[in-house]
Design a protein around this ligand. Structure first.
Ligand code: HEM
Ligand code: NAG
Ligand code: NAG
Ligand code: NAG
Ligand code: NAG
Ligand code: NAG
Ligand code: NAG
Length: 327
């Protein structure tokens, strides 16, 4: 190999290295050791939905909250112990993240099919794909081979994106895990299903940022509905549909809502309504093409799933998703 092609080869390897360890995940990772794992996870997810219509949304969110904290490593699933400060108690998760019992049920089904082989981190990735697809959204080939952490990061979980964050804060939290504006605008479309509690957007309804008035970017008709659901000083835990037009269906309704100034969270509406927002044109393109949204959503979920996984001999395959292995 000549000197210049050596330089080119080096540059390519460096570029791959800098882009993270995603090359190590593979859709055929469990090919010989648990070839039916996708079907087993999908069946367990579907089973759970029959008694919990919200579970597709909740499982999809768990994958996000796992990946954004030290990578997709199952850390969000760990319970408190003498040495582990559970991420479940962090502000964005406490009395909010849900679906942990269902993850246990999926893990049991997977362990029955192939004991000791499939990580909890991969179960979250598979459960998110199954959930999105079963709710009417796209399917994609999930990259696998993640291993489970032996630690949690409460501080990291407290730093998860907040509904009160500015668009530039959201952009910087996404950029910190190598996700760009397209990923931000696209993954936020997961708010096409599931619920949000009044306490997470009531700041928009009566006295926004100390102005004495509601958030001006909130549709007045929708505002009246939300004020009914969330009276001033009322119960902050009351649930509201993130996408009132189709609460449990994965479609592009989130983006048409934003065009009607009817995003539920401040962080939702900012994607379109912030002056000069670089995400606005992406929102509009998804509002006019569900096909484009679905294609990009699949790609952005793969991108999010590539956030610094543990691979090879790092970490472990937990036998119980709630605790590190004792041995
Ligand atoms: C852009 C930054 C984001 C912020 C600030 C944010 C914030 C929130 C908040 C405040 C809730 C309501 C929680 C509650 O009421 O207890 C929520 C729910 C939800 N989020 Fe996000 N989120 C963001 C991005 C994402 C991403 C990237 C995904 C997945 C790809 C996602 C999926 C969901 C789902 C599906 C729900 C409903 C969960 C359920 O019903 O159990 N979110 N989010
Ligand atoms: C295993 O993976 C390879 C690609 O890595 C694929 O060609 C093959 O069809 C897979 N086998 C099964 C049984 O899925
Ligand atoms: C794969 O798992 C599904 C769901 O549990 C089951 O219905 C199917 O029979 C399994 N297929 C094989 C080949 O084991
Ligand atoms: C989590 O919420 C519970 C109320 O359900 C509260 O007692 C507890 O202090 C909260 N945990 C943290 C760490 O704030
Ligand atoms: C935990 O998360 C914080 C905030 O994201 C980060 O600065 C820190 O390095 C993480 N700690 C570990 C041990 O990974
Ligand atoms: C709105 O909030 C600001 C700052 O917290 C406060 O000074 C003001 O009195 C409030 N206005 C109303 C109408 O409640
Ligand atoms: C408010 O929402 C209604 C119902 O979706 C819609 O018809 C109207 O155009 C919206 N108004 C604005 C200013 O976006």
């Amino acid at each position: 190999m000549g000197c210049s092609s050596l330089v080119v080869a080096l540059a390519i390897s460096l570029a791959l290295l800098c882009h993270g360890s995603q090359a190590q995940l593979s859709s055929s990772f469990y090919n010989t050791t648990c070839s039916n794992v996708s079907a087993v996870v999908r069946a367990a997810v579907q089973q759970a939905q029959s008694s919990d219509p919200r579970i597709y949304a909740s499982l999809t969110r768990l994958f996000f909250h796992d990946c954004f904290v030290d990578g997709c490593d199952g850390s969000v699933l760990l319970d408190n112990t003498a040495t582990i400060q559970s991420e479940k108690d962090a502000v964005p998760n406490n009395n909010s993240a849900r679906g942990f019992n269902v993850v246990d049920d999926i893990k049991t089904a997977v362990e029955n099919a192939c004991p000791g082989v499939v990580s909890c981190a991969d179960i979250l990735a598979l459960a998110a794909e199954a959930s999105v697809n079963l709710a009417g959204g796209p399917s994609w080939s999930v990259l696998l081979g993640r291993r489970d952490s032996t630690t949690a990061n409460r501080t990291g979980a407290n730093n998860l994106p907040r509904p009160f964050d500015s668009l530039s804060m959201l952009q910087s939290k996404f950029a910190a895990v190598n996700l760009d504006d397209t990923d931000l605008a696209t993954l936020s479309g997961a708010h096409t299903f599931g619920r949000a509690q009044c306490r997470l957007f009531v700041n928009r309804l009566y006295n926004f940022s100390g102005t004495g008035s509601p958030d001006p970017s909130l549709n007045t008709t929708y505002l009246a509905t939300l004020q009914q659901s969330c009276p001033q000083g009322g119960d902050g835990t009351v649930l509201n549909n993130l996408d009132p037009s189709s609460p449990d269906t994965f479609d592009n309704g989130y983006y048409t809502n934003l065009e009607s100034n009817s995003g539920l969270l401040q962080s939702d509406q900012e994607l379109l309504s912030t002056t000069g927002a670089s995400t606005a044109s992406i929102v509009n393109s998804y509002a006019s093409s569900q096909t484009t949204f679905f294609q990009n959503f699949a790609q952005s979920m793969i991108n999010m799933g590539n956030i610094s996984p543990l691979t090879g001999s790092s970490g472990e395959i937990r036998s119980n998703c709630r605790m590190v292995n004792s041995g």
